[in-house]
Design a protein around this ligand. Structure first.
Ligand SMILES: [Zn+2]
Length: 98
């Protein structure tokens, strides 16, 4: 599990921060608000307001008839990729998706 500072986004552990302080005595912290939180993520798919699938960094759940929703889940995945763009930084044509 990666921990990240909510103030500045630093992933320095307390040990790494102590090492950096030895190299730079003026360094107080990664930022004044240093607050390390576990870096978690999650995505959920709902149909008509009902949650049918949830995938999180430490959790997975879905309805028992999840196979009935394969096209809906694929469609949601395409929309996620369209929104953020693919790994090459190009956005897909959302108009082709229903
Ligand atoms: Zn910080």
């Amino acid at each position: 599990m990666t921990y990240r500072c909510t103030g500045c986004g630093s992933t320095w552990s307390d040990e790494k921060l102590a090492e950096e302080k030895r190299n730079n005595p003026k360094l107080i912290s990664c930022c004044p608000e240093r607050k390390m939180q576990p870096e978690t993520w999650g995505v959920s798919v709902s149909v008509f307001g009902e949650n049918i699938l949830t995938i999180e960094s430490a959790h997975l759940s879905g309805v028992s008839n999840i196979d009935s929703y394969t096209e809906t889940i694929r469609n949601c995945a395409h929309h996620l990729l369209s929104f953020i763009g693919d790994s090459h930084g190009e956005r897909r044509d959302t108009e082709k998706q229903p």
